[in-house]
Design a protein around this ligand. Sequence first.
Ligand code: URA
Length: 199
Amino acid sequence: MTKQQRLDELKAEIIAENICPELAAHATQLVMGDGNPDADIVFIGEAPGKQEDEQGLPFVGTAGKFLNEMLAQAGMTRSDVYITNIVKYRPPNNRDPEPEEKRQFWPYLLRQLEIIEPKAVVTLGRHSGAAFIPDLHISRDHGRARWVKYHEATFLVIPLYHPAAALYNGGLRQTLIDDFCRVPELIEKYVRPGSLSEG
Ligand code: URA
């Protein structure tokens, strides 16, 4: 079975298990992910917004355009990476995802990562960042890679600001762009070719 087929099965399982039924009831559809399931880098945002909910794809609205621009500046396209969110249904009126919603989706996010086996996980914003790094202080930790152990798995996690937060804030915007462009070099530095767990 290909990785895409396994991801499709996982998506069907989330629907069948009736995860976050209140969110599901308000949402148009579940937004699983986009990009290359064989990617070295997985970007993880917060939750779908209006356009993501309508199109069934993550980061296709304003924040997504900014994400695409930064990928281009870093020499990548969406088909070089995989993009997803911690919460996979749009919260009503784009409110912040609740702790219980993040908790319910967390095991599925881990399984998504188990299938993709990326070299690095890049979190976008505090919701996905704090899920991997509980003591995250984004103003202190942004752009710094660290190894995170979670049960059997070890991830190289690089927490970044959320594109929507940085988009209209000149200082943060440049910081995010600078951090973003350093992602490939950070991965190169931390991960030996072919190794998932050596730092
Ligand atoms: N913001 C997110 O965190 N995720 C999306 O998919 C879109 C906007």
